[in-house]
Design a protein around this ligand. Structure first.
Ligand SMILES: CC(C)(COP(=O)(O)OP(=O)(O)OC[C@H]1O[C@@H](n2cnc3c(N)ncnc32)[C@H](O)[C@@H]1OP(=O)(O)O)[C@@H](O)C(=O)NCCC(=O)NCCS
Length: 190
């Protein structure tokens, strides 16, 4: 992989996906402290925990040249949350893999931002990085997130469901996959 410009931005019709800035940490802490945003996670985060997460999110940009980009909506929000690609650290039947993920402040939900940002992240993963597959996962109850996965063309096979080793209680998760058609079509058949 690489060499990618780690400060590279992805732009869509309405969004800029960019590297994080110090000013993002405060609104990030606000959304991580919102019980509705964190409904399907074990709990809300304190300011310190949110800052630690922001620091962890920033690391892969140097290592991989991509990550969970900060989402800016010009004219609407300097920071609305994150959308991007990450490499899960836990081991499961589908790892190693690259995951597409998202978390937005509630005031920006329902406008198609997650879907729009995720499509740009997928295009980057498939076209720039040449990934064979991108996955996404969540708890079965997170219908909003599953809807985004469906809208971006991902498919769910119940046989892929797994007990997440990285979350308390090893909660059951649904796995969605999307294959890179360009890579598949280059492979020999039969
Ligand atoms: C998941 C999340 C990023 C979606 O962001 P968003 O910008 O609102 O997503 P979009 O607008 O692109 O699409 C949301 C879809 O979910 C649908 N939806 C919303 N509430 C829903 C519900 N309760 N049940 C089913 N579908 C629902 C919307 O109607 C929309 O689908 P549509 O375009 O077919 O109408 C946002 O809700 C969020 O940040 N949630 C909290 C964090 C989180 O759960 N992250 C994912 C962890 S895996």
């Amino acid at each position: 992989m690489g060499p990618w410009d780690i400060n590279q931005r992805l732009t869509t019709e309405r969004l800029i996906l960019r590297r994080w800035r110090p000013a993002d940490w405060k609104p990030f802490a606000a959304l991580n402290g919102d019980a509705h945003v964190m409904e399907y996670f074990s709990r809300v985060l304190s300011r310190e925990e949110s800052d630690a997460l922001a620091r962890r999110i920033d690391e892969p940009f140097d290592r991989h040249g991509f990550g969970l980009w900060a989402v800016e909506v010009p004219g609407v929000a300097a920071f609305a949350g994150f959308v991007g690609l990450s490499v899960p650290r836990f081991a499961a039947h589908f790892t190693p893999c690259v995951e597409v993920g998202w978390r937005l402040a509630e005031e920006y939900w329902g406008r198609g931002y997650a879907t729009e940002g995720a499509r740009a992240a997928l295009a980057f993963g498939f076209e720039e990085l040449g990934l064979r597959e991108i996955v996404s996962f969540t708890v079965p109850e997170n219908l909003r997130s599953r809807r985004v996965m469906e809208k971006i063309g991902m498919a769910h096979d119940p046989a892929d469901d797994f007990d997440h080793p990285g979350v308390p209680g090893r909660k059951r998760h649904v796995l969605y996959r999307l294959a890179n058609r360009a890579v598949q079509s280059r492979e020999p058949r039969g």
